[in-house]
Design a protein around this ligand. Structure first.
Ligand code: PGA
Length: 262
């Protein structure tokens, strides 16, 4: 298979303010410019800043993403944001099933699946997050949990839609803890996800899905993660809030892509 560009996502979560977000986006755009041909990038700012950050991203090639969307099209859902509204603001990708939604907001596999379908129907690309907790890993259930989350979210999804899906493997114990999975453990989890996709669909259609790693990715550990072909990019939280760190991760992804191309 032809190596493809790695995808780097910056998940800002509920951080920063408008002026700081604009400044951060401007710095990321400047750092991305010379890498444009060798890495894909998407930034997920908080909802209220989407439009302003979208303006900064402009035609830079960095795509605008959102951190969540409703499973409903419209109506009396106070506080929710629909996929169509995101499209209206120029958003092209949405995170679905992030562990902070699953654990803090108690979102089920079934709701994750409904959101995924709604996002795709609205024309958004989906960044589907899966990952086990530390307890589940210690109990030897990591693979089974990830498989359940993956199958739950993809229920009813036709193979021709897989090209609109990216999977982010984010072990919960690694998120925001400074304790990243080892590159080898991450690569093994990615292999299992890839095998499951091939089992659920077929090899050519599942090849369209990029599988990213997320969980304490930083400027220092990115190169060793990207040394594994199974790791096709990263979803970055904390380090995406510092332009120099995020730029360095983008640079490592570009270098890894060039290495893979040979
Ligand atoms: P982190 O977050 O990089 O701060 O661990 C990753 C994520 O939650 O997407």
């Amino acid at each position: 298979m032809h190596p493809r560009r790695l995808l780097i996502g910056g998940n800002w979560k509920m951080n920063g303010d408008l002026a700081g977000g604009v400044e951060l986006a401007e710095a990321v755009v400047a750092a991305f410019d010379p890498l444009n041909e060798s890495v894909d990038a998407v930034i997920f700012p908080p909802f209220p800043y989407l439009q302003a950050i979208g303006r900064v991203l402009g035609h830079s090639g960095i795509r605008l993403g959102a951190q969540d969307c409703s499973s409903e099209a419209n109506g009396a859902f106070t506080g929710d944001v629909s996929a169509e509204m995101l499209v209206d603001l120029g958003v092209s990708q949405v995170i679905i099933g992030h562990s902070e939604r699953r654990h803090i907001h108690k979102e089920s596999d079934a709701l994750t699946c409904e959101k995924l379908h709604m996002a795709l129907e609205s024309g958004l690309q989906v960044m589907l997050c899966v990952g086990e907790t530390g307890e589940e890993r210690s109990a030897g259930q990591a693979t089974a949990v990830v498989q359940r989350q993956l199958r739950g979210a993809l229920t009813g999804l036709k193979a021709d839609k897989l090209a609109s899906i990216t999977v982010a493997y984010e072990p919960v114990w690694a998120i925001g803890t400074g304790k990243s999975a080892t590159p080898k453990d991450a690569a093994e989890a990615h292999d299992a996800i890839r095998a499951d996709l091939e089992h659920l669909y077929d090899r050519p259609s599942s090849a369209a899905v990029r599988i990213l790693y997320g969980g304490s990715v930083n400027a220092a550990n990115a190169p060793s993660l990207f040394a594994h072909l199974e790791i096709e990019g990263a979803l970055v939280g904390g380090a995406s809030l510092k332009s120099a760190d995020f730029a360095s991760i983008l640079g490592s992804a570009a270098t890894a892509f060039k290495g893979r191309r040979g």
